[in-house]
Design a protein around this ligand. Structure first.
Ligand code: ADP
Ligand code: MG
Length: 239
């Protein structure tokens, strides 16, 4: 069986900056893999390239048996690849429930209004947002916005979710809660690639950690090995 996600030599520059500089990695179905690295090391850009938000300058992305390199985001999402944005992007004037419904309408195709409504209700309960279902998204706290962002991704019935700092800037109680959701969802078969600065959370959740620095993958392995890697220590001290 081939890996769920296979990235080979992915690259993207902005002007003279090699934001992502030849990154290769593989994620097997069922894993929770962490991506860490100093600010500006290319983590979010890497997610944008994998999810089709940005076209790569080079390299390839294979997801669920398809070469999705250069595909538009909605088409990749339809295969079951979802991502959250570091800065949540809900429709502020719509209610929480409407935001979920809109996210679910994009894909997969052929779901009836009734099925969408049921899925939205399910994820609102799961994320403990049900009491806010009819609030405009703009009334949500920062932490609740992060939950809504996760809920919107869940509406596409994802096989793989790319989480970009979903627990950053939220209070520690909610961060633990989010970690719990990730673990539960993983138990239900969803694979995760997780960018996070909270090392306790990474250590807690991830079987494997990838370290980026200046656009490159500089280390990969279990958390303790990676933490003790001199190149990783230097990257963090240098930032
Ligand atoms: P990280 O998520 O690890 O903090 P980013 O992927 O956001 O890093 O950024 C990597 C580098 O690419 C940074 O130097 C950043 O300024 C640059 N960058 C990211 N997105 C853009 C963009 N749309 N235009 C120009 N430069 C960008
Ligand atoms: Mg980032």
């Amino acid at each position: 069986m081939s890996a769920l996600l296979e990235v080979r030599n992915l690259a993207r520059s902005f002007g003279g900056i090699r934001a992502v500089d030849g990154v290769s990695l593989t994620v097997e179905g069922g894993e929770i893999v962490g991506i860490i690295g100093p600010n500006g090391s290319g983590k979010s850009t890497f997610f944008n390239l994998v999810a089709g938000v940005l076209p790569p300058d080079g390299g390839s992305v294979r997801f669920a048996g398809h070469d999705v390199t250069g595909w538009r985001p909605h088409r990749i999402a339809r295969l079951g690849l979802g991502r959250t944005f570091q800065i949540p992007t809900p429709f502020l004037k719509m209610t929480v429930r409407q935001n979920l419904l809109v996210a679910g309408m994009a894909q997969p195709q052929g779901r009836s209004a009734k099925e969408l409504a049921r899925a939205a209700g399910h994820w609102l309960e799961f994320l403990r947002l049900a009491h806010l279902a009819d609030e405009p998204a703009e009334n949500l706290s920062g932490g609740q916005m992060k939950l809504l962002e996760l809920g919107r991704v869940l509406m596409i019935s994802p096989r793989l979710i790319l989480l970009d700092e979903v627990a950053a800037g939220v209070n520690p109680v909610l961060a633990r809660e989010i970690a719990g959701y990730i673990r539960t969802l993983n138990g239900q078969g969803i694979t995760f690639l997780v960018i996070e600065h909270d090392m306790d959370l990474i250590q807690d959740l991830c079987s494997r950690v990838i370290v980026m620095d200046r656009g490159q993958k500089i280390a990969e392995g279990d958390f303790d090995a990676v933490k003790a890697n001199p190149q990783v220590v230097a990257a963090y001290l240098g930032s």
